[in-house]
Design a protein around this ligand. Sequence first.
Ligand code: MD3
Ligand code: FE
Length: 199
Amino acid sequence: KAVEIRGVRLFPGWLDRAAQEAMLADLRQVAAAAPFQRYETRRGQRMSVEMTAAGRFGWVSDRRGYRYEPRHPSGVPWPPIPASVRAVWDAVSESARAPECCLVNLYRGSARMGLHQDRDEADFGEPVVSISLGDEALFRIGNEERGGRTESVWLRSGDVLVMGGAARLLHHGIDRIREGSSTLLDGGGRINLTLRVVT
Ligand code: MD3
Ligand code: FE
């Protein structure tokens, strides 16, 4: 059963605890091959969210700007998208294509993500699918234009979001994490996965 917020479809509790633990084990392997990084922006500000990726492309940022790259900054190719993660895309995306990037965001402490649009992908007709693991996060969704009213919802471990159609270009962000609200990650924190078609 999905809940709709501004055209974003939320599937609360899509993954049960066992499925979350299995996915987390797969992600530990991803992070072993492609370690988490705190990227710098073009302006030289370090982001508070730690990131890595799986798939043919990963999102990176440095003083040259942000973009999708076929390799981790260390030079190794990104590891493959785990089957456990791919299965969620197949179940909810309604896309005919395969995901090319699984961006992995790690929020610890006071990490947050400001309101932004996802527009580095070539085809906005393809959806973005998000999977939340670990501590609860206050997700904010706005409008296609900058400014205006926003709505907020808490995302919990195991929740899945699908951003397709008109929702694909809405501004969105993570205001804060509720520390200690989940026991999934040792050491606490939250992981968000976003699956995308990039080319
Ligand atoms: C709504 N990540 O990686 S996922 C991102 O929880 C990003 O880490 C957040 O925004 C996170 O770019 C939010 C939910 C999400 C992702 C893409 C969207 C919501 C979206 C695209 C359009 C509208
Ligand atoms: Fe985003």
